[in-house]
Ligand binder design. Structure first.
Ligand SMILES: [Zn+2]
Length: 84
């Protein structure tokens, strides 16, 4: 079975991320969503999709300092600044 990106974008997952603190927590993402994920810049719909896949806002990359309850990014990192 093909693993789909957990952000609900409809693409196949291309990368696997492991939570910084909890090895059991893994995320399967496509490269587009990976950028938003590592930049703490997921959209509310991507965030909700991860919650529906069983992730929680207790996980480091999704916790309350980065996103509010609606999944609005609070500390997005600019992709350009980060990858220049
Ligand atoms: Zn994706």
């Amino acid at each position: 079975m093909t693993q789909m990106c957990e952000c609900g974008c409809g693409s196949e997952a291309q990368v696997k991320h492991t939570d910084l603190y909890e090895e059991k927590i893994v995320y399967f993402l496509c490269r587009n969503c990976e950028i938003s994920f590592v930049c703490c810049n997921l959209t509310p719909s991507q965030f909700k999709e991860l919650m529906e896949k069983g992730h929680t806002d207790k996980e480091f990359m999704l916790h309350g300092d980065f996103y509010d309850e609606e999944g609005v990014a609070l500390q997005p990192t600019e992709v350009r600044r980060r990858f220049k």
